[in-house]
Write a protein that binds this ligand. Structure first.
Ligand SMILES: Cc1ncc(COP(=O)(O)O)c(C=O)c1O
Length: 378
């Protein structure tokens, strides 16, 4: 075998380092047919018959969009989806991106400029942090959901000030105090940016998301709506004013320099948005089951699920047993028929390794009971 180049040696050392801390990532495939407590398909829309039918009907479309939106990749269907998104989410305009990651990169790299300030919740998603890193604005994190700390950080802020939060946090399942944040930002002339990745489709009478459900549309400068979770597909949009949309399509590099979403995805998204208002019962089941899961797991000796989590539930074990132990517990649950995943550092802070359970409208109380029994034996 040829000897490793110095660069390969460096890469291998970093992997070995992860191995020793039990945090090395690997692609895994869990067996088919397990009870789903892991996917982001909260409402089962990825397999909804109406969405599948729309996809079948769209198979005559070209396989790809053939270019960026500003060149050959634009279509009447993409523009009509954006118009629908704006109406549905009660906002002036929306611009499609290829993923939530690209939407966050696209917003934060382009809108805040040198001399501006971004104050972001420390629990923000990696895509928000990466977008901020590629911005010329100054950025500080504030303690999770802590308005007093936000106020302290504000003292040093200059220029236009952006406050970045998630409606529902992706790892802890808790909500941002959006009404308080909206008032805070309104009173001080700050620009509130809300990532609705995990709340879009779930909150609001028709699934319009948490900002709209709380009537905070006017207080929010921009919303990041993603489609890989409750919408069961992929892609995202930045929703805000018409000026913001026009600005992004002129200056946001993750929008400009990439091939647009394929027609099939756009057709599937239009169908998923069409179905969304009818899923009231599914949303209610989701909330009911979510509360049931918290009660049931918290009744198992040694397990702790924070009371403030919604639909995403971290499960903590006594004395933080560490990444390897949490991975073993996830593997045991998988053996017993439950698709359950461990989340370890650096995705979450060291010492907060946990199982991350996601509840779906199609899960049942019996499944929750079964999982509780398995976890209770670990
Ligand atoms: C809060 C949050 N924002 C953005 C993203 C990225 O979305 P996407 O998977 O569409 O790239 C995720 C996905 O994990 C997320 O949880």
């Amino acid at each position: 075998m040829p000897s490793l180049s110095p660069l390969h040696q460096r890469l291998a050392q970093q992997l070995a380092q992860r191995e020793t801390t039990g945090t090395r990532r690997r692609l895994t495939q869990v067996a088919a047919g397990l009870v789903d407590f892991s996917s982001n398909d909260y409402l089962g829309l990825s397999c909804h018959p109406a969405v599948r039918t729309a996809l079948q009907q769209a198979t005559a479309e070209p396989a790809g969009s053939t270019g960026s939106r500003l060149l050959t990749g634009n279509s009447a269907a993409a523009e009509s989806l954006e118009t629908h998104l704006a109406q549905f989410h009660r906002v002036e305009a929306a611009l499609l991106f290829n993923s939530g990651y690209a939407a966050n990169m696209g917003f934060f790299s382009a809108v805040p400029r040198r001399g501006d300030t971004i104050l972001y919740d420390e629990a923000s998603h990696a895509s928000v942090k990466d977008g901020i890193r590629s911005s010329f604005a100054t950025a500080w994190s504030f303690r999770h959901n802590d308005l007093a700390d936000l106020e302290r950080r504000l003292a040093r802020a200059t220029g236009a000030v952006f406050v970045a939060v998630e409606a529902l946090y992706s790892m802890d399942g808790d909500m941002a105090p959006l009404p308080e944040l909206a008032t805070f930002c309104r009173e001080r002339g700050l620009y509130l940016v809300v990532d609705e990745a995990h709340s879009n489709g779930i909150y609001g009478l028709c699934g319009e998301g948490l900002v709209a459900a709380l009537g905070l549309e006017v207080d929010t400068f921009a919303r990041i709506l993603t489609f890989g979770k409750a919408l069961g597909s992929q892609g995202a949009a930045v929703a805000g004013s018409a000026v913001l949309r026009d600005y992004l399509l002129n200056f946001s590099r993750p929008f400009i320099y990439t091939t647009a979403l394929p027609p099939l995805t756009v057709a599937g998204l239009a169908a998923a948005y069409h179905v969304l208002p009818d899923l009231t019962l599914e949303r209610e089941q989701l909330f009911e089951l979510s509360a049931y899961l918290k009660r049931t797991l918290n009744a198992v000796s040694g397990l702790r699920v924070p009371l403030e989590s919604h639909i995403i539930h971290p499960v903590f074990f006594p004395n933080n047993p560490g990444p390897e132990a949490v991975r073993r517990i996830a593997a045991a649950a998988q053996q017993a028929g439950f698709d359950v995943r461990a989340i370890v550092s650096p995705t979450v802070p060291v010492g907060t390794e946990r199982l991350r359970l996601i509840v779906h409208s199609y899960n049942t109380k019996e499944e929750v009971n079964g999982l509780a029994a398995v976890l209770g034996r670990q």
